[in-house]
Design a protein around this ligand. Structure first.
Ligand code: TRP
Length: 454
């Protein structure tokens, strides 16, 4: 156990609250916005298969490692890494892993808030009925016109960032429990309704086939990297969000079972989102490669055609905003905890400072969709570049280092004690995965992509 160390930021009231909070962090725009669009860009089935494999073989063991480190260190990721490295007689340089996480958190939050802003806008746009009786092309056109208008994007981005900052400033634990307990099941039910609607649109089997029938000729080096990146992004791994949530977890909770549950729920939501969206894509003869705008171009068509569509549409986008909200706060929390610990700031000041910095960076992302669209690197605008560097590079890199620390730098005894899996086949399986399988797999995927790139 964590030698009786206590977090100065408090503790979850039960293991169940931790599960809710971590699921709230994991389930978000990554499942419903990002999973369908990267799946569509990478050709479907084979990509999905690699993604599922990454969740099971890399995601679950790394998540266990992250929760374990957090619970043992009981501080922000930077201080947790420093403390644990000292305790195990390892280099203080491990704290830079915490720093990379903080940086990745800022960068992810910056574009995440922009997309959450789109979601907020769509609550009102669907509610106002602007898509009723409109053709599929016009729905796409409306999205492009919307993201081409930086002033509107700025307004929504600002509102969402303010919402996230306010929650973090009041302490992540109060309020989160209630929000997640009701809203997550509601989102889940609504997704089922939408899958039910998609079922009747005449192209359901085509959608299922697209998602689950692997065509390995589509599987490029980039697709494999993006599948892995999506697994990290969706599970909130590799930057310390799950670590800081783990630092508020009581020492009696079983890390193994908890982690598998969170990963399973997260993955189920992503798959349901795919099942709700791709049949509609094919029913309307549209292309799956719609890019980051995919769900905003597809779902309004479905809601316009559905009985009670305005109601379901408003509710759906509203729940998606909540799902994004509970994710965004987990991106801020590690930074805020560090500012409180090391700079003696109060939470309000720390949240405001972190929120403003991420907001500023987000402005560059939203401008890159219109006025700065000609500035590109590797063929990506700023928005896509930040998304690529964080999700596909920094998170897997952070994840592999977390696994290496847990598997190679901590003593076997420390990890046996902290994980609470006993010393049987489960523990050995975990240790084998973090020591050998995840580092080799992640390194191969990153190298493979590098040679593809240059
Ligand atoms: N997992 C969230 C989603 O799917 C996004 C997220 C929250 C995240 N915290 C994170 C991604 C930490 C990476 C790292 O929407």
């Amino acid at each position: 156990m964590a030698q009786g160390r206590k977090s100065i930021h408090g503790q979850w009231s039960s293991r169940w609250v931790f599960i809710l909070a971590a699921t709230g962090s994991a389930v978000g725009l990554g499942n419903i916005w990002r999973f369908p669009y990267v799946t569509g860009e990478n050709g479907g089935g084979a990509f999905v298969l690699v993604y599922l494999l990454c969740v099971a073989v890399i995601g679950v063991p790394i998540m266990m490692a992250e929760v374990m480190l957090g619970r043992r260190g009981r501080q922000s990721p930077i201080n947790t890494m420093r403390t644990l490295a000292e305790e195990e007689g390892r280099s203080r340089a491990w704290q830079y892993l915490g720093w990379m996480g903080v940086l990745a958190g800022f960068a992810i939050l910056s574009f995440y808030s922009v997309v959450a802003g789109w979601t907020l806008a769509y609550v009102f746009r669907i509610g106002a009925g602007i898509f009723d009786g409109v053709s599929a092309e016009a729905v796409s056109g409306a999205f492009d016109a919307f993201t081409g208008d930086p002033e509107r994007l700025l307004a929504w981005h600002t509102i969402f960032m303010a919402m996230s900052t306010v929650v973090v400033s009041r302490g992540v634990k109060s309020g989160l429990e209630k929000a997640v307990r009701f809203l997550m099941p509601a989102l889940f039910l609504l997704l089922l309704v939408m899958v039910g609607y998609a079922l009747g649109q005449g192209a359901f089997s085509q959608g299922v086939e697209y998602l689950f029938k692997p065509d390995f000729s589509e599987l490029t080096a980039s697709a494999v990297l993006e599948a892995m990146g999506q697994a990290f992004f969706s599970l909130s791994l590799g930057m310390g969000a799950i670590m800081i949530y783990g630092s508020y977890l009581s020492e009696h909770a079983s890390i193994g079972r908890t982690t598998v549950m969170i990963a399973a729920m997260d993955t189920l939501v992503a798959v349901l989102a795919g099942l709700a969206i791709f049949p509609i894509v094919f029913a309307y003869g549209l292309a799956p490669q719609g890019g980051p705008g995919l769900i905003f171009k597809i779902l309004p068509i479905a809601f316009a055609g559905m009985p009670g569509g305005a109601f379901f549409g408003v509710l759906f986008f509203l729940l998606l905003v909540f799902a994004g909200w509970t994710s965004a706060i987990s991106l801020l929390e590690p930074i805020v905890a560090w500012l409180v610990e090391n700079h003696g700031m109060n939470r309000v000041k720390a949240s405001a400072l972190a929120g403003i910095l991420a907001w500023l960076l987000g402005i560059a992302s939203l401008l890159s969709l219109s006025v700065w669209s000609e500035y590109t690197l590797f063929d990506k605008n700023f928005f896509s570049l930040v998304e690529f560097l964080t999700a596909d590079i920094m998170l897997p890199l952070g994840g592999v280092l977390i696994g290496v620390f847990a598997g190679w730098q901590m003593s076997r005894q420390s990890t046996v004690d902290e994980l609470g899996l006993g010393d049987g086949v489960l523990y050995r399986g975990w240790r084998f995965l973090v020591r050998y399988v995840t580092p080799v797999a992640i390194t191969l995927v990153l190298l493979n992509k590098m040679f593809d790139l240059f």
